[in-house]
Every structure is written in structure tokens, then in C-alpha cells.
Unconditional design. Structure first.
Length: 327
């Protein structure tokens, strides 16, 4: 991969949340290993899909990349600059280049602010233009996401879920970012509205040359929007490949199980394929299994899986997997 084309590089990123005990004196007795040593690149102009079960660390990964959570260890390089070493005024200009679309359009918009104030807030915080310029930019952004600029003085409760998410998209675009972390932006919306929002994101990417980290657990939607897909399980990435390669030739048992649950719009093919049912629950990220994290639910696990952590390796060109028995 050409390093010139890499916009964001995540290098051995770790985020642990301390578990404390005690009333007067707080003592750390453990840690929730939400993100536990992951590495990947995002190329300029592409969409990298990040998928996995709820609670596997996807959203924490997105927030740690943007430095909303400071990492426990590891590095995040944006255009070659290590964000983990920046603080305060040094980090602020970098924040303008990276934005986030949140999962819940009902919770992520301040109910006491008008749409104009919500979308214009990043411009005010970063001191971009005066009142007139900000109002013009808000009108332009509303039009760009398919909303009537006449709605600017309304409040979030006057809009539907899909419209609210469009307001969230407009806010993310306000400072002309290059990278947008989309944290399950469609999971709280009706199915009929989901496609509209995804199509909007694709159109904006074509128009503005945006780069997306698209976090989701809907594998069919990730297949539609992503160029490459990373599969996450219990704080680690277990497989990373081009979209077509991953969906047609999954190598990790967890990826195979996830894809076997995706419906196929062909009754005959659906009837013939084997459904992989995973047994047991996802282990606690505060006490993950030894060796391979997936071994407690894996249909092909052997003694080696409990003793040794699988090596992250490139089995095929640009197809990476962490499994002892993948071939």
C-alpha cells in the first residue's frame, strides 16, 4: 500500500477503562479492555467498514481515534501527525479535519438549540466567519443534506428521526472535514429511511472527496457502502479484507458465522447454505480468554488456541486474518 495515499493510520491502539473499588480511597482492581491492540490504515477517499457484535469495541475505537477518549497506549497518525501526542490548542485545528456522526439522532442534538445553532456551533467554536457568513453556511449545509433552509429556526423535536440524522450530517460537514467517523448512523432509524441516509453519505463522499470509517453491525449495509471491511471481536480485529474478498471468501470462523446470518435474496441458495450457530455468550472484556479471544465459541478451536495468541498475518494480498487454522 502506498503510504502517500493513507489518510489515517492506527498503530497498536489500546483503550482500557479502569475498574475501581472502594469508597474513600479508589483503588484500581482491573480494567475493561474495550480496545486491545488494533492496527489498520484508512486510505484517502475510501470507506472502511468496521463490524462486529454489540459491545466488541467498535464505538470506542471511533471515539479513541478522534481523541474523544485518550488512548491507554498506541498511536493514531492523521496525515502523518501523531494525534496522541497533541493536546489543547495543538489538537484543536486537527479536530476540524475529523468529525463524527453519532448513532442516536434523538440524543446527539441539543433540544434547547435551534437547527441553525446546532449546525453553526462548530463554526462558532472554531471562529470561522461572522454571523452573516455562518448563517449562509448553515443554509448551504441544510440544502446539501436535503433539508429546506427555511427549517433553520426550528428545534430538533419538530423533525423525524431521518431528518434529525441529516441535521447531524450537516453539523459534521460544517468545517469541511476530510475524515468522518460514522458511528452506527442508521441503526436507530426505520429501514425505509436507512437507505436514504446511506445514499446521502455516498453522494456527499463523491461530491466532497470524504473518507469514512463506517461502524455498523448490519453486514448487508456495510457491504453496500464499504470498500474494505474490518471484523472486530472482543476488542481486537480478527479479519480485514476488500469487501468482495471478505464476503465471498471469509477466512476467520467468526466472520463466517456472521456472514451465515445475513439473508440471501434467493430462496434456493438460502435453503442450501449452512447456518453457523455460535454457542455461548461473548466473554467479558474485563476478563478475556487466554490465547485466541474467540476460542470459547469457535467451532474449530483446539488446545493451541488457548495457549497462543494468533498472529495477525496476510494470507492473501490485502487479506489479513488472526487465526491459527485459517488457510
Amino acid at each position: 500500500m502506498s503510504q502517500d495515499n493513507v489518510l489515517l493510520r492506527v498503530d497498536h491502539l489500546v483503550k482500557h477503562f479502569p475498574i475501581t473499588k472502594g469508597i474513600l480511597v479508589q483503588k484500581q482492581v482491573g480494567a475493561v479492555r474495550a480496545v486491545d491492540d488494533i492496527s489498520f490504515d484508512i486510505r484517502r477517499g475510501e470507506t472502511l467498514g468496521l463490524v462486529g457484535e454489540s459491545g466488541c469495541g467498535k464505538s470506542t475505537t471511533g471515539r479513541t481515534i478522534l481523541q474523544l477518549y485518550r488512548p491507554t497506549s498506541g498511536h493514531v497518525y492523521y496525515e502523518g501527525k501523531d494525534l496522541t501526542t497533541l493536546k489543547g490548542s495543538a489538537l484543536r485545528p486537527m479536530r476540524a479535519k475529523m468529525q463524527m456522526i453519532f448513532q442516536d439522532p434523538y440524543a446527539s442534538l441539543n433540544p434547547r438549540m435551534t437547527v441553525a445553532e446546532i449546525i453553526g456551533e462548530p463554526l462558532v467554536v472554531h471562529k470561522v466567519g461572522g454571523t452573516k457568513e455562518i448563517n449562509e453556511r448553515v443554509d448551504q449545509l441544510l440544502g446539501q443534506v436535503g433539508l429546506n433552509p427555511a427549517f433553520a429556526n426550528r428545534y430538533p423535536h419538530e423533525f423525524s428521526g431521518g431528518q434529525r440524522q441529516r441535521i447531524g450530517v450537516a453539523r459534521a460537514l460544517a468545517l469541511n472535514p476530510d475524515l468522518i467517523v460514522c458511528d452506527e448512523p442508521i441503526s436507530a432509524l426505520d429501514v425505509s429511511i436507512q437507505a436514504q441516509v446511506v445514499n446521502l453519505l455516498e453522494d456527499l463522499q463523491d461530491q466532497l472527496g470524504l473518507t469514512y470509517l463506517f461502524i455498523a453491525h448490519d453486514l448487508s449495509m456495510v457491504r453496500h457502502i464499504s470498500d474494505r471491511v474490518a471484523v472486530m471481536y472482543l476488542g481486537i480485529i480478527v479479519e480485514l479484507a476488500d469487501r468482495a474478498e471478505l464476503y465471498h471468501n471469509p477466512l476467520h470462523p467468526y466472520t463466517q458465522a456472521l456472514l451465515s446470518a445475513v439473508p440471501i435474496p434467493d430462496p434456493q441458495a438460502e435453503e442450501k447454505r449452512a447456518r453457523i450457530i455460535l454457542e455461548g455468550d461473548v466473554p467479558s472484556p474485563a476478563n478475556p480468554p487466554s490465547g485466541c479471544r474467540f476460542r470459547t465459541r469457535c467451532p474449530i478451536a483446539q488446545a493451541l488456541c488457548a495457549e497462543e495468541k494468533p498472529v495477525w498475518r496476510e494470507l492473501r494480498p490485502d487479506h489479513f486474518v488472526a487465526c491459527h487454522f485459517a488457510n
